[in-house]
Design a binder for this molecule. Sequence first.
Ligand code: GLC
Length: 563
Amino acid sequence: MPTIEKDFRRSVVYQIYVKSFCDSNGDGLGDLPGITSKLDYLAHLGVDYLWLTPFYPSPQKDNGYDVSDYCAVDPRYGTMDDFDELVAAARERGIGIMLDMVLCHTSTEHEWFRRACSGEKRYQAYYILRDGRGSAGPGDPGEPPTNWECAFGGSAWEWEPRLGKWYLHMHDASQPDLDWTNPEVREACADVVRFWRERGVTGFRFDVINLISKPEVIEDVPGPGAACRSLVADGPHVHEYLRELVERSGIDGMITVGEMASTDLANCIRYTRPDDHELSMSFSFHHLKVDYAGGDKWALAEPDIPALREVLREWQEGMQAGGGWNALFWDNHDQPRAVTRFGGREGVGERGGSWDLVGKMLSTMSFLMKGTPYVFEGDELGMTNAGYDSIEKYDDVESKNAYSMLLGRGATQDEALRVVGERSRDNGRTPMQWTAGPGAGFTTGKPWLGVPANHEQVNAEAEVGVEGSMFEWYRSLIALRHTSDVVALGDVRFLDAGPAAPRVIAFERTLGEKRLVVACSFDDEPCELADLGADGMTVLLSNYDDDPIAGVLRPYEAVAWSR
Ligand code: GLC
């Protein structure tokens, strides 16, 4: 078997949301054999690694991010043999498999939590348990120990009568956080990673891994309880625990990425600097909060492009200066589709409308910045937000909680639905659009989550091999990542697009004599561009059919010039 040893700086990762990718047995859920059946499609697209979201046994309270057994395959997604077959078939095509490790919390159905509840002290020490505030004694819950709020709304503490304690959950109440100060927990987590490495996995994505080290003292946060997130992020021992995990599980040198919630640049440099032997790269999310009014995800605002530019500049130039490495992405299973979010609402599925231009402009940015690009399933087709017309069509726990919260704040049902329609995580979880047929070719049964109506225009069958399609655009960007040294390795520096182009983001990449200048417009009007020093350079790519106009960027235009 050929081995998968690739330079992650030249690689492209494709994220598969297993539940929504391809259903091989008609039960309406994607599965592992479904992925294997699409490997030729993925090899044709040209990606190097597949990151698979969790397919382990789980009660599915948070779609598999509530794991009840880390070292098995949930029967709804297939068998361990199916998994081995997928790894081998991917390997034959030169594609590596990255698995999602959800080690910050387990499910309440995990054996460890069940044994804790049935009185085993050893497993009680796996979790973060506290007495209630103002409790009158054993059996009286009192109030939650602190004012902390979990990521999906409501208290971060749940009373468990069998324990006679409250347990901490930074996410859903079905996801109790593990106590990483316990060396046995750290050893058990390393065993999980080692188990999958030995099964032929070539890399890992670590779920909310910067939340594993809680503050020494767990106490109220000033102001709203949601602020506990920044208190818990990048905690006192996080770097030490990560290094230990990497060393014990033997994955140093493999491709790894950490999902970093509410993080900062200095920590991400440390997570990803090769000398620190932690991770290859990190996901940060500041660039995806530029349309949150007052920092609130559930309050709509137009994207603030100057703020977006500043965030990207800080992270691109900052990670470079510190020797860190960024994972580059717009979409994943927790985000609305960027093409809809940043203005691609016109002419969906056609050439030339804002849908086509924005999809190509955004991908140009993520592929030409410095870091490793991630394609989320369906990005390469230009898949859009779900467009559901009733709250019943949503599945996600966070979306449902948010809907109730918005009604509680006084929003009408229509208003609440509109906000959820823009922000729901289900926007990124709709079934993959393979064909214009029923179930979008994703399933012959009833899809677990509704298929967007536009699958009739936006689908793989309509795009693969069709000149000018979104799919072919992505294919050429992926190829460029593999062939161009300046794209993979060059230095990055942000450029000033000038006072008449506040909604343009421009940067250059340089390597020796090689120079690349990239300008991307988020504006729906033409704008005048300052001199970016691209005169005399050749147009390497552009998302318009005709030549760029000197000194002007048209609506949502993206141009890269090279020398
Ligand atoms: C990460 C996952 C998300 C999940 C959460 C809790 O943010 O991407 O889907 O809900 O962690 O595991």
